[in-house]
Every structure is written in C-alpha cells, then in structure tokens.
Design a protein around this ligand. Structure first.
Ligand code: ADP
Ligand code: MG
Length: 294
C-alpha cells in the first residue's frame, strides 16, 4: 500500500481503538484466514472469581490448611492465584512461612510447610503427586466443568484437601466477534492452558468448534506454526505473558488492551478496549487500506 493509504489506515485504527505499531500488519491483515484466540482474558473477562471452595478435611483442620493455601497462592503471580487469595482474605485467613516455593508452568505451584509438600493447581499436578479423586468428588468436579468453571486442586502428598471452582465469564461481545469472523470465511481457533472440559464449555458458549486445551505457552506458538505450515495466514490474539511466543510467531499479532505489558510489546497491533469485536474491525481495516491503492 502507498504511504498515504497506510497513514489513513493507522489513523482510522486509532479512531476505532486499534493501535497499529507496524504497517506490515495492515498489508497482511486482509489475507488472514485463521484467527487463534487465547481463552483467558481474551474471550473471557480475565477476572476470575472463586465461586466454591469444598474442603475434603475435617473442620478442625481447615484453618491451618487455608493459611498454607493462602501462603502458596500469595507467592504465585497467576490470575487464578489472585482469585484464591482474594477469596481467602474475606474470611480473615492469616499466612504462614512456606519453603521451597516453586511454580510449575501451566500447571500450578508447590511448596513445603512443616515437612509436608503441598500443591495447588490443575489435575495433572495432583496426578503427578499420586493423589486420586474419590468418585463423588469426580462427579462434583464434572458438574463444575459443565458450567464452564476452572477447577483447581489443593493437595499434600497423601490426599486431596480441597477443590476450588473459579468462574471467569465470557465477555458480552465475544460470541458476536467470533460469528463475524466466521461469516467472512475465517476459521477461528481457541487455545488455553485450562482443562479440556472447561475449554469445551467456553468454546461452545462462543461458537468455536476448534479448540485445544491444556496447551503450554511454547505449544501455543507451535500450533500457530502448524497452521502456517498448512498455508494459512494466521492472526493470534492474546493478552498474557504465556501468549507472547505465539504472538511473535503469528503473521498478524493482536494484543488485548489491559493485558500484560509483554503481550503488548510483542504484538504489532494493540486493541485499546478489551472488546473482541475490534479484531474483525482491525482485519477489515486492512482490507480497506489495501483496496484503496488498487
Ligand atoms: P491459561 O491459558 O488458562 O492462562 P495457564 O497455562 O496459565 O493457562 O495455566 C493452566 C492451568 O494451570 C490453569 O487453568 C490452572 O488449572 C493451573 N494453574 C496454574 N497456575 C496456578 C495457580 N497459581 N493456582 C492454581 N492453579 C494454577
Ligand atoms: Mg490469557
């Protein structure tokens, strides 16, 4: 496109809350035929809130364990950890001094307290500890998944201590944004580090048949690359540190406003609003910019 067309495009973007850092995106955007969306914070609000905390231990033990849980999540920077500490704060839980805190990327966190190891995180993390779920708990967890909740597990080496359900509602405009893209013949994918059942529930709420769950950050980038290898022009939309590799890999990278600074640094376009309908708008803008010069 001519410099003038590009300037007009960048200006139109700004009017529509789309910051375009790199003119190349404007020239590529109209060719995009695959859009990859991150789930948490991109399709959903990204403000997770604990809705249920089910203890699997006697009432007498709960206070002490709640303090350990509070200490563990207090050291984690994950948005889910924040949801848990906010929830515990409301019942005046105090913290304890834990040792050997470790964060297990894409799975959760672990630490020691009084010679016991504690973990809080996804199903794989407690599976690895060799902790199994009672049939009743399994059923309860399935119900939570169906309501699109993220479920995290708190355990020591011997047993499951608590199950925590966390809700992160889908943004009001996400479904519409997905439909608009699909109507234009673009295939929309959803990627998430969250578990398969929760991913399925969210994907169905917004009308995305193609999704992948339990995806680690490097695998998000590998997925984008896979689509490119099949001849697709790929736009990646994300908000988190764990999306930055995939954003860097994509042909067109779009960071959600209010996301992490790293995502915004890497991405060539940033949406100032957190409204997902800006994504089809941004791609449409590219079409118009390129058509102007033809
Ligand atoms: P997402 O794409 O959903 O942001 P992540 O890769 O960051 O995924 O995390 C994947 C999963 O790991 C979460 O859904 C959660 O089950 C678990 N997890 C990670 N960190 C924590 C934590 N601090 N507390 C509880 N669970 C966690
Ligand atoms: Mg995210």
């Amino acid at each position: 496109a001519t410099p003038t067309a590009i300037m007009v495009g960048v200006g139109k973007g700004a009017e529509n809350n789309i910051l375009i850092k790199d003119a190349e995106s404007l020239e590529l955007g109209y060719r995009v035929n695959a859009v990859v969306l991150d789930k948490t914070g991109t399709i959903t609000e990204g403000k997770p809130v604990v809705t249920d905390l089910h203890w699997l231990v006697s009432e007498g033990e709960q206070n002490r364990l709640a303090s350990i849980l509070y200490a563990l999540e207090g050291q984690s920077e994950h948005p889910l950890a924040n949801a848990v500490t906010e929830y515990l704060k409301r019942s005046d839980v105090s913290s304890v001094a834990i040792n050997r805190f470790e964060s297990v990327t894409g799975h959760g966190v672990t630490a020691e307290y009084e010679r016991e190891t504690y973990v809080i995180g996804n199903r794989q993390l407690i599976d690895r500890q060799g902790v199994s779920l009672h049939e009743d708990v399994e059923k309860q967890v399935d119900g939570l998944y169906k309501s699109a909740k993220t479920v995290v597990f708190f355990a020591n080496q011997r047993q499951l201590l608590a199950v925590i359900a966390i809700a992160d509602p889908v943004k009001a405009t996400s479904r519409q944004a997905v439909e608009t893209l699909q109507r234009r013949g673009i295939t929309v994918y959803m990627l998430t580090g969250d578990n398969t059942q929760t991913a399925a529930a969210v994907a169905s709420q917004v009308g995305i048949p193609q999704y992948r769950a339990e995806v680690l950050p490097a695998d998000k980038a590998a997925f984008v690359q896979e689509l490119q290898a099949q001849g697709n022009v790929v736009a990646m939309v994300g908000d988190g540190i764990n999306d930055s590799q995939a954003l860097a890999q994509a042909d067109v990278s779009i960071a959600m406003g209010k996301g992490s600074d790293i995502a915004m640094d890497v991405a060539k376009m940033t949406l100032i609003t957190s409204d997902l309908t800006s994504v089809p708008k941004a791609l449409q803008l590219s079409r118009k910019t390129v058509q102007t010069i033809r």
